[in-house]
Design a protein around this ligand. Sequence first.
Ligand code: IVH
Length: 672
Amino acid sequence: MDLFSDIEQQEKEELLQLRAELTEANRLYYVENAPTMSDRDFDFKMHRLQDLEKIYPELADASSPTQHVGSDLGSSKFISIRHRYPMLSLGNTYNKEEIEDWVRKLPTDVEIVCELKYDGLSISLWYENGHLTHALTRGDGVQGDDVLRNILTIPSIPTTLNSPLANLPYVELRGEVLLPWENFERLNRERESNEEPLFANPRNAASGTLKLLDPEEVRRRGLIAYLYYLLGDQLPGQTHWERLEMARQGGFPISDAIRVCHSVDEVMEFITYWDTERKNLPVATDGIVLKVNNLQQQQALGYTAKTPRWAIAYKFPAEKQLTTLEKITYQVGRTGVVTPVANLTPIQLSGTIVQRATLHNEDFIRQLNIQEGDRVWVEKGGEIIPKITGKEESDPNNATASYTFIHTCPECGTNLVRVEGEAAWRCPNDTSCPPQLKGKLEHFVSRKAMDIDGLGEETIDLLFEQNLIRNIADIYDLRKEDIAKQEGFGDKSAEKILSGIEASKHVPWPRVLFALGIRMIGETTAKKIARRFPSIDTLQWATTEELTSIEDVGEQIAHNIVTYFQDETNLSILVRLREAGVQLTTNLQEGDNTSTRQSLAGKTIVISGTFSRHSRDEYKDMIEQYGGRNAGSVSGKTSFILAGENMGPEKRHKAESLGIPMVTEDEFLQML
Ligand code: IVH
């Protein structure tokens, strides 16, 4: 009895944990375009969550990631519009037997259209009275962002309907926008030389590209599209295939890799053929989509909340290869975390040569029971990042491996520590361990922190290696000649960096606090702390009790703050930052007094649209700095709307109906 309730408790916790994890993974994937989880892991976790939700219906929650498709909404750079027909996702499986079962459960005379599953992002093109009027991203499936201007850069997409689709009042074509491998690699090469973060895969690159505000840059990157689904009010055709053919004749980009199948065997043939052949395609694919061809049969099968019952996706297995684990080396990250790395005998995998893979942490290595010299399986999760999934069963070394993690930091020799409950070993020497020093410098200059133009990762590395900067205070002692004499630099670039450094002296205290890089203090927490402690001098003497009374600040963060100020090196850095003129206190600008600074006191302000003078984040900061409150949605309590260009129609409508005033960017700045 006890055992059961234990298991139940554990599974319920697992369910909640999976929900949180998948919600965050969705956000990173769709909004940030910076996934941390491979598609495969995501799919497996999603299936597990679905199973657990079936076992524990009492934990049902409409906001669970099993109940809706991931959302790419999250910025208001584009107008978002409600889909005429919801944009669903597809049920998927990695298991061929499940595909066979799915086919066998269909009516016997059924025809199945097999298509490639393109790994880009979905788009919905609206043709109203023959003209392309909107191009919506999937968004949250219910509404999407209108990215028409960017879609118009794709030459193969017609802007008007041609015969046989001409004269139809409303046609919607759905498909996938992709960045071909070649363009993806070129883009990443450029980003590397500009010290910009690289895209993990073509899908993320395509998604990031489609959300750019500059269509010329979008054109330069070279997106393409394949369309695979037609919707509309009075569309001709009895089958999916016929409709695709009509679209093809009408000049739309429809893939040739489509086959109408009449049996499980034909479906399997298609799968087997494309599992190898897809490696020669110019774009990324991650599976096969099977669709019931006959539209009446489709209708009869219908939909679940999230997916059609008349279609399913088979996902290709990750490519796997055996190779030798030659050596385990260790990498010290920017936060002191020591990550073991597998150095492998190079092998060819999904189009690239793999010779290194992460081993994550000590527990991971122990679970795989591997050691140097073993033959190991390497897979590419999400087709990009290689990982080791196990060792060869017949390996003569297959006895229990006696692996021990290193005890001292490979960079600075300090004894490593492993905090209870954490998987990672960490180097505690955050005041002189080189990668940690560089990490602090990079964080300090980053956009959301001091935003110092011209000081990217590579430049920091260079100045660090030259001993010109070792800590954040050194940045303010840099001289023009120090920079200008470096290889690849000149007077101009040195001046640009210096003026970026100069400008950073106006960055307000809450952002400076974030920039200091005290462990676990993110942007939002920094703001909350700075509101309570409006200067470094007050914060320095804050007690744990005072700190933990701030929202979001727990024991651990309070401890990190207190120990930060106990460190001599930190204190001397702060003295130098103050001397340099960095804002270590909430600054009353010249001519300001407290009452004008509180000019937004008691006001609740909603920001909507795009702005030219400051970023959205900057406006948020200003509202808070001047005593106002920034709210996400319009309600009766809203005092006014800070309205930029292209304000969302729903917000505008709601504001109008509630009689809430709209304030332009310029009017707002004048108010302050
Ligand atoms: S059909 C209602 N066909 O896969 C069915 N989708 O996981 C609509 N995808 O959101 C989708 N290739 O972005 C369909 N040949 C194809 C596809 C395809 C890629 C994407 C699409 C969809 C996702 C589902």
